[in-house]
Design a protein around this ligand. Structure first.
Ligand code: CP
Length: 303
């Protein structure tokens, strides 16, 4: 039997597959759906399990699957037996009898792996407490459609070393760009992820200085200060205030640098209105490209 193609994390996939997915996303955006892809999706069903809220991920996967010719079923905690204690393993076994691919957004990274281990269809990670690989694929596609290849470029992060930041670390290794992350020491990305990147020869540096991280950058990134599930909001906001991406910090980057934010954003907290709504920002293209690159992911999963 052919190996199941799960899309779980960028560090679990090879660089050539990831490159092919980004290129497929660009082709889908250009309106190209190869006949073989359309045939592969006819009559196929995607299940989307949402154990956390979502706007972009839910809508982009739903619309994308339908545009490819497939159908979609969405399961929430409250609307399924997941919220009443049915195990993720049993859910995986049951859904595998009905659908052809499963997308999951969950709090616990372990649940993603449990789902994949017990499913007989591909599983896609749509965000866990540790990673968000679909987001970074869309972001890389967005950078490349504006500026060409991301390989060799300088990408800078200012803010919380969260699940999105950790996935950018995986991306730096797989796509070959320099990544600088400015984070408060107590909110730095996990050592295990940074150590992995260094072992794999990636150019990744963690600092507590946003000015240093952004100097001469081609792409500037940030994310909300209080993510879903964080309980210490006031403490985090105080720690992260010096990491706000404002016009002065953005001016440290290259004059034609791009600004991205995976959204939702809190203007006046992690980013000023002048930056997110200003000339460097490509956040709406970034949100749109989730749709296109996820078609590439779905097509890759279904082979
Ligand atoms: N960026 C992102 O994943 O958005 P949603 O939480 O709305 O899906």
């Amino acid at each position: 039997m052919a190996e199941i193609r799960h899309f779980l994390d960028l560090d679990l996939l090879d660089a050539a597959s990831l490159r092919a997915i980004v290129d497929a996303g660009i082709a889908f955006k250009g309106g190209t759906t190869p006949p073989a892809v359309a045939a592969a999706f006819a009559g196929k069903t995607l299940a989307i399990i949402l154990e956390k809220p979502s706007t972009r991920t839910r809508v982009s996967f739903d619309v994308g699957m339908q545009q490819l010719g497939g159908r979609v079923v969405v399961l929430s905690d409250s609307g399924s037996h997941l919220g009443r204690g049915e195990t993720i393993a049993d859910t995986a076994r049951v859904l595998s009898r009905y659908v052809d691919v499963i997308v999951i957004r969950t709090d616990a990274h372990q649940r993603l792996h449990e789902l994949a281990a017990n499913a007989s269809v591909p599983v896609i990670n749509a965000l866990t407490d540790q990673t968000h690989p679909c987001q970074i694929m869309g972001d890389i596609m967005t950078f490349e459609e504006h500026r060409g290849t991301i390989t060799g470029k300088v990408v800078a992060w200012s803010g919380d070393g969260n699940n999105v930041a950790a996935t950018w670390i995986h991306g730096a290794q797989r796509f070959g760009f320099e990544l600088r992350l400015a984070c408060p020491p107590s909110l730095a990305p996990p050592d295990a992820v940074v150590d992995w990147a260094k072992r794999e020869g990636a150019s990744v540096r963690v600092t507590d200085s946003p000015a240093e991280a952004l100097a001469g950058a081609d792409l500037v990134l940030t994310d909300v200060w209080v993510s879903m599930g964080d309980s210490d909001a006031d403490k985090r906001k105080a720690l992260l205030a010096p990491y706000r991406v404002d016009e002065a910090l953005m001016a440290r980057a290259k004059p034609d640098a791009l600004f991205m934010h995976c959204l939702p954003a809190h203007r006046g907290e992690e980013v000023t209105e002048g930056v997110i709504d200003g000339p460097h920002s490509v956040v709406w293209d970034e949100a749109e490209n989730r749709l296109h690159v996820q078609k590439g992911i779905l097509a890759w999963c279904l082979g």
